[in-house]
Design a protein around this ligand. Structure first.
Ligand SMILES: [Zn+2]
Length: 556
């Protein structure tokens, strides 16, 4: 006769599905940050993952377009851009507009919900006279793969509830998925949480109560401001924004009784503040360290609250990020790194001049669509087609022009960035470096180098009906922002791909794992443990080394 272990023993073993899964995504959080400040962490914040969870110290995105929207889509779907269809935060979509890029989640078929009166756009009822005719709704319309949350909803015939929370719409929507019950992000002006009619006609009562409470004003005060109509810009980059988001997440868990309904629920919370301040001050700043330590405190508070509310024995937690970040170019250059910046407007002018000379002599045709958004350079196929040039010839022409166009740019690094530490006089200033250009057709057909780099490129492919060329600059090089005094992420280089990956919960064997893993492994591992299908385009590996062996039933 076969008997299951008695109840007391079962409590020690893995008992199947948890009540609640919480995936914490920190926007722009490089994997090495956890090591830098390890000695300073206290309580059950980061230490819960590092000391009591399965912490993977070497997690790298396996693609070359390390932006926020594709990162969040990757975390949810366990797939890269070639699987989930999101390659950038915004892109030219030939089926939707030749006038402007579209964001990864904007969707004019939906509207934003329950905005405060001052933020209602002119195209919605109740708008003030000063309203901008601009704001439209959002949805996961561009997501071409299911997420972990979608599969959980399918596996439970909709009984599981799935939510996304962030300051940014894309970071709330994309990791949660198509079948999510809700995704919440803020109105940039007031900081009030909103959502889209894709999910619901009105905010739930608990969310309206949160917006009506003193909490938004408290966040403003915590950011040392009296009041603001620029919440995203002025509060969003402060540690106060993280505790604000986590408090909203508590209200969500409370309001929807998540983890308290006899089924597995899922929340993805993406903490945006680190990214907003990180672009401005870089990874090596005092403000970055202050942000990390404040977040450690906030996560301790959140995890302790979860323990009281749902019980940490019943919760699985995962921690990761959507991308890393390089040092500020001026800082890297001072240490001798060839961290040049490239003036993309000048580069685009040079490309257009060369293409006009070749295909439309004496004219000023625009062959490149404006608004540089590396790593993709999008071609205006209408201009090429007018000149009788097909896609292959057009993309190959631009790819062939890029090495010369990049290296012809004058390096722009502010030499007076830090007068106390001038650059070494015996070295030449940094110079722009071309690292590779690949056509959309090469990426679509997989005719890429059979190298590690080729694999990253293949994973960066997505198609919105436009022709484009993928450009890689040298390591630590980027588009110019403020004379090299700010920084950004978009490259195939390791600093942009490096993120933390850690799990906490009953099935995980605590430890520090130095094997190389990838963020796509998060969805695969959680799906496997929950006993549900991996998301539709999942390419992740189940991280079996971190899973406790399941004790077999005792034979008697
Ligand atoms: Zn990001």
């Amino acid at each position: 006769m076969s008997l299951l272990l008695p109840a007391a023993a079962c409590a020690q073993a893995y008992v199947g599905r948890p009540k609640l899964v919480v995936i914490v995504v920190i926007d722009q959080f490089r994997g090495d940050y956890l090591n830098r400040d390890r000695a300073e962490f206290k309580g059950r914040g980061f230490r819960l993952f590092m000391d009591q969870g399965a912490w993977f110290t070497d997690c790298y995105y396996d693609y070359a377009n390390t932006k926020t929207a594709p990162g969040h889509a990757t975390i949810g779907t366990g797939a890269y851009s070639d699987g989930h269809g999101i390659e950038s935060n915004e892109f030219w979509d030939a089926s939707r507009s030749w006038e402007k890029k579209v964001s990864s989640v904007e969707d004019e078929r939906y509207q934003l919900v329950d905005l405060p009166p001052a933020s209602i756009p002119a195209n919605q009822p109740g708008a003030p006279a000063t309203a901008l005719n601009y704001v439209i709704g959002s949805s996961p319309r561009n997501l071409r793969a299911t997420t972990l949350g979608d599969e959980l909803r399918l596996a439970t015939q909709g009984r599981a509830r799935v939510y996304g929370v962030s300051l940014k719409d894309r970071a709330a929507i994309l990791p949660a998925g198509q079948a999510a019950n809700g995704a919440f992000w803020i109105d940039n002006s007031s900081g009030h949480f909103t959502t889209s009619t894709y999910y619901m006609e009105h905010l739930p009562e608990w969310a309206r109560a949160f917006n009506a409470s003193d909490r938004p004003a408290q966040a403003v005060r915590d950011a040392k401001l009296d009041s603001t109509t620029q919440f995203f810009e002025l509060v969003g980059h402060m540690p106060a924004a993280n505790s604000y988001e986590l408090d909203f997440t508590k209200a969500l868990i409370d309001g929807e009784k998540l983890g308290q309904r006899g089924v597995t629920d899922l929340v993805v919370v993406s903490l945006s503040a680190n990214d907003i301040q990180g672009h401005q001050f870089g990874p090596d700043s005092d403000s970055e360290e202050q942000m990390i330590l404040a977040l450690d405190h906030d996560l301790d508070d959140f995890n302790s609250w979860l323990d009281k509310t749902v019980g940490l024995d019943n919760v699985w937690l995962a921690l990761t990020a959507d991308h890393g970040i390089p040092s500020i170019p001026a800082d890297a250059a001072r240490l001798g790194i060839n961290a040049a910046t490239v003036d993309m407007d000048a580069l685009y002018q040079m490309l257009n001049a060369e293409l006009n000379a070749r295909y439309s002599k004496g004219k000023q045709s625009q062959y490149i669509l404006p608004g540089p958004d590396l790593p993709y350079i999008t071609l205006d196929r209408r201009a090429f087609e007018k000149a009788g040039i097909g896609e292959q010839a057009a993309e190959e022409a631009v790819a062939a022009l890029l090495p010369g166009a990049v290296t012809a740019q004058t390096p722009k690094i502010a030499q007076d960035a830090n007068p106390a530490q001038p650059p070494a006089q015996h070295r030449l200033p940094p110079s722009p470096q071309f690292a590779g250009a690949y056509t959309r057709l090469e990426m679509a057909h997989g005719t890429l180098p059979s190298t590690e780099f080729g694999r990253l490129l293949a994973h960066s492919y997505a198609d919105h009906g436009n022709w484009y060329v993928f450009l890689a600059l040298g390591a630590y090089q980027m588009e110019d922002f403020h004379g090299g005094l700010a920084t950004t992420h978009f490259t195939p280089w390791s600093y942009d791909r490096d993120v933390p990956l850690a799990f906490y919960g009953a099935p995980f064997a605590a430890g520090e794992y130095h094997i190389r893993v990838a963020p796509v492994d998060l969805a695969a591992t959680l799906a496997s443990l929950a006993g549900i299908n991996q998301p539709s385009a999942s390419v992740g590996r189940v991280l079996t080394e971190s899973i406790k062996p399941v004790k077999p039933a005792v034979e008697q």
